[in-house]
Design a protein around this ligand. Structure first.
Ligand SMILES: *Cc1c(COP(=O)(O)O)cnc(C)c1O
Length: 492
């Protein structure tokens, strides 16, 4: 889109259009402001925008339409599990009894909320085979950090201070090595084999008295099940290390297989992926951290315990690494996640995974008709395809395909991740999409690939229908322009 066209669509900000005395008040306050606040805290000089209600409604409605979201269309962003977030979860999280609870309220006045946290924790334990979960971390990455702090403390107490290596496969999400490095560990990267899996022999080759933790996800980020996980976990344990499960891919196995049974000692969940918490745009996340029996005492505080019929927050846990997030963390997410768990039940959750796997395989087989599949076998909830062949023929890259999909009303898949697949497109349909939607997506991709061969320039120019066109990503990174400037008001 040309610069002018995007300017045309740029709505003026409400603080540019405000005019003194415009604000609509359908309801008079009745009482003077001083009766709500001490007069000395009230200011006359605060230049808040004064707008009519209609202008404000239009402003926010327009803003909401200038972006793409799961509520607008198919969102096959691999690794992110963008499935439908049932509205009833929000309705429950917004109940005044939950939403208006003060985090300092005494336990006896927060029994319902504590029960929600306890039941969510117990449900996660049985679903994933862990002894306990902390609902404290606010995201997967923060749970990784908390888990590695636990590992550090665990080894220190055993006098094993030389355990300073964290093993990470080359398909890992960037947060894994980043968390390890933040915690002061040295990262050891392990190559995947020709089948796209971690070979136990490769793990054994780097194991030793300096091994602290091996971080893996299963299925891995290629969407493939690590079928030798028992052997790997056995080897790591034999060397005295701990196994960490990155639960971002839990949507592929919940109700069907459990990380605890695979030999993992620590794990996180991203409830904003697997448990239908709305996410995107860096919104509030939630990363419950699960541990096996030998690590329970190290979990962050507070931990919700049940004494008979009562629940309380336990802060008195001498071995704990302490809180990693204030108060009850993102408690509304615990309500949403529990609502989703109870609405589905054990069998329903197993079905959720199976539909996700079915949808992914349906797409994989269809897309294999016109794009390469570097790992052509049955996948779990996601799979990777590559535009490398297309690039050789036409110059069209994975990035161009991603941009062209935006013009056709679809969110782009994850691109260029995992790093080991050149021109990678990582597609995760989730289980909540209909066959019709999947077919439309395949048709759009097929048409894009045909266009690459006939009119590649059209794809280099994409997207042309979105509010913001193709951005110069290098310039955006090197010379970010983050300053807001008022839009020139047209006179007359
Ligand atoms: C999303 C993701 C993470 C990080 O989780 P956040 O909740 O975004 O911090 C880690 N690993 C994988 C594989 C992921 O997809």
């Amino acid at each position: 889109m040309s610069a002018q066209a995007s300017d045309r669509l740029a709505p003026p900000l409400i603080f540019e259009t405000g005019q003194t005395g415009r604000a609509t008040r359908y309801v008079e306050r009745g009482k003077p402001l001083e009766s709500f606040m001490p007069a000395k805290t009230l200011r006359d000089d605060l230049p808040l925008p004064d707008n009519t209600e209609l202008d404000v409604v239009r402003h926010y409605t327009r803003l909401s339409q200038r972006t793409f979201g799961i509520d607008l269309g198919f969102y096959p962003l691999g690794s992110c599990t963008m499935k439908y977030n049932p509205r009833i979860n929000d309705a429950l999280a917004n109940l005044h009894e939950f939403a208006d609870l003060h985090p300092f309220v005494p336990d006896e006045l927060a029994q319902g909320a504590l029960q929600v946290m306890h039941e969510l924790e117990r449900s996660f334990c049985s679903l994933f085979g862990m002894a306990a979960f902390s609902l404290n971390p606010a995201a997967g990455a923060q749970a990784e950090l908390a888990a590695l702090l636990i590992a550090k403390k665990y080894f220190k107490e055993r006098g094993a201070t030389k355990r300073d290596k964290v093993i990470v496969p080359d398909t890992a999400h960037g947060t894994n090595p980043a968390s390890a490095a933040m915690c002061g560990f040295t990262v050891v990267s392990v190559k995947s084999d020709a089948r796209g899996r971690v070979d136990p022999a490769e793990i054994r080759a780097v194991l030793g008295a300096d091994t602290a933790v091996c971080m893996m996800t299963n299925p891995n980020t290629l969407g493939l099940f690590e079928d030798r996980i028992h052997e790997i976990a056995g080897a790591v344990h034999e060397a005295g290390g701990l196994m960490y499960y990155d639960g971002a891919n839990a949507n592929a196995l919940m109700g069907n297989a459990r990380p605890g049974d695979m030999g993992f000692d620590l794990m996180h969940l991203n409830t904003h992926k697997t448990f239908t918490i709305p996410h995107g745009g860096g919104g509030a996340g939630h990363g419950p951290l699960g541990v096996a029996t030998h690590l329970v005492e190290y979990l962050p505080t507070p931990y919700v315990v049940r004494d008979g019929e009562c629940y309380r927050l336990d802060f008195n846990r001498p071995k704990s690494i302490g809180p990693v997030r204030s108060f009850w963390s993102n408690f509304a997410h615990a309500v949403r996640a529990l609502a989703y768990l109870y609405a589905n039940g054990a069998e329903g959750l197993a079905n959720v995974s199976q539909y996700a796997v079915l949808n992914a395989n349906y797409l994989r087989v269809k897309i294999a008709e016109f794009l390469e599949m570097p790992y052509p076998e049955i996948c779990r909830h996601e799979f990777v395809t590559s535009a490398q062949g297309l690039k050789k023929k036409s110059g069209v890259r994975a990035l161009d395909i991603a941009k062209a999909l935006l013009d056709r009303g679809f969110m782009a898949p994850t691109v260029y991740f995992p790093l080991i697949v050149p021109e990678c497109l990582m597609i995760e349909p989730s289980g909540t999409e209909s066959k019709e939607t999947l077919d439309e997506f395949v048709a759009a991709l097929r048409e894009i690939v045909a266009t690459a061969e006939s009119h590649p320039q059209e794809l280099f120019d994409a997207p042309v229908t979105t509010v913001v066109g193709r951005v110069d990503e290098t310039r955006a990174a090197r010379h970010p322009d983050l300053r807001w400037r008022p839009v020139e008001r047209r006179s007359g």
